[in-house]
Ligand binder design. Structure first.
Ligand code: SF4
Ligand SMILES: [Fe+2]
Length: 293
C-alpha cells in the first residue's frame, strides 16, 4: 500500500499519487502513459484522470506496480477493475494470449503472460502470486506448464506450480532460480516441445536464456529482445546484459532467420508488426550495435 506521508512532491494534486518507494520500473508509464510521467529516478502523477479510460488505466497501473508505490485517495468504485487482468492481447490461430499485470518486484516488474492453446494452458514467466489472478486462472482452466525464460523473471513460479500442479520448464544453466523445476532443458540447441511450440536457445543476457516460439508467429523473448517505448523501435538491453554481450548479439542475429509477428518481452513493450517489419527492425538494431559497440 502506498503511503500518503511518502508522497513524492513531483505529483500534481490528483486522486492518484506515487510514493518514495518507487523503483522507476516504467510499468505505470507503459500502462497509463497519459497520467504517469518520469522524473530522474522515479515516476509521478502528471495529469488528473479525465475519463473512464484514463481512470481504469491508472488503476491498472496501481495493481501492476511491483512495489505498491501507487496510491488512490478518491472514492470511485474500483472493485471491478481487478477483473481487467489477465488482459487479452491475442485471440486468433486457435490460441489466446493475455498480459497478466500484477508484476513482481522479484523479477523487477518483468511482464508475464498467460497462454491458452487447444492442448494446454501456460504461464510464460511469472507474475506476483495474488488471489485475484489465482482465481481467474482457475476459472480459465488452470495452468499446465510454466515456461521460465531465464533466472531473473521467475517471481512466484514455485507458488503457481504448487497451486496448479503445473510443470515448470527452465534451462539447466538457469536452474538455480527454481532448483526443483519439473522439466529441465539440457544442451545448447533449440528444441521442439510439440509441432507448434519450440524453445529457442538464446544465450547472452544470461547463459541459458530461452525464447518461447509459438506457431511460427509469436515470440516470447524474456529479457533477450524488447520493444522500446521511448525509441519506438526494437531494442536489446546492452547495459543489462549479465553474461555475454557478444553472445547475445550472435543470438539476436540468429533471429533474422526466424519469422515472427508478435514480440512479447519481459521488460519493455509488446509489439505486433509484419514479419518483414520485425526483420527490418532487427537488422537496423544489429547494424546500430555493430557500429556503436
Ligand atoms: S510501476 Fe510503481 S515502481 Fe514502477 S515506475 Fe510506476 S510507481 Fe514506480
Ligand atoms: Fe533478466
Amino acid at each position: 500500500m502506498a503511503d500518503p506521508k511518502k508522497k513524492l512532491v513531483a505529483n500534481i494534486e490528483a486522486d492518484f499519487f506515487v510514493d518514495s518507494t518507487c523503483i522507476n520500473c516504467d510499468t505505470c508509464r507503459q500502462i497509463a502513459p497519459l497520467n504517469f510521467s518520469e522524473s530522474e529516478d522515479y515516476s509521478f502523477v502528471n495529469k488528473v484522470t479525465e475519463n473512464d479510460e484514463e481512470f481504469i488505466d491508472s488503476y491498472k497501473a496501481l495493481l501492476s506496480c511491483p512495489t505498491g508505490s501507487i496510491g488512490y485517495t478518491g472514492t470511485k468504485k474500483v472493485t471491478e477493475i481487478i477483473n481487467e487482468y489477465p488482459e487479452k492481447l491475442v485471440d486468433e490461430d486457435g490460441i489466446q494470449i493475455y498480459f497478466n499485470g500484477f508484476t513482481s518486484v522479484k523479477s523487477y516488474a518483468a511482464k508475464s503472460y498467460f497462454l491458452q492453446t487447444s492442448e494446454a494452458n501456460w504461464l510464460i514467466d511469472s507474475p506476483r502470486y495474488v488471489k485475484p489472478l489465482v482465481e481467474k486462472f482457475k476459472a480459465m482452466g488452470g495452468i499446465d506448464y510454466i515456461f521460465l525464460s531465464h533466472r531473473d523473471d521467475v517471481a512466484d513460479a514455485d507458488k503457481y506450480a504448487k497451486e496448479f500442479g503445473a510443470k515448470r520448464i527452465i534451462h539447466e544453466y538457469e536452474l538455480s532460480a527454481q532448483p526443483d523445476s519439473e522439466i529441465v532443458i539440457q544442451g545448447e540447441q533449440d528444441c521442439d516441445f510439440n509441432s507448434d511450440i519450440k524453445f529457442l536457445f538464446a544465450p547472452g543476457h544470461t547463459k541459458g536464456h530461452l525464447l518461447f516460439y509459438l506457431k511460427n508467429k509469436y515470440l516470447f523473448t524474456g529479457d533477450h529482445l524488447s520493444w522500446s517505448r521511448r525509441k519506438d523501435s526494437i531494442n536489446a538491453f546492452k547495459d543489462f546484459c549479465w553474461y555475454s554481450w557478444e553472445l547475445q548479439l550472435e543470438s539476436l542475429a540468429k533471429l533474422l532467420e526466424v519469422d515472427f509477428e508478435w514480440l512479447l518481452p519481459g521488460h519493455g513493450m509488446y509489439k505486433h508488426l509484419s514479419n518483414e517489419q520485425m526483420r527490418a527492425e532487427l537488422r537496423d538494431m544489429l547494424e546500430y550495435f555493430s557500429e556503436n559497440n
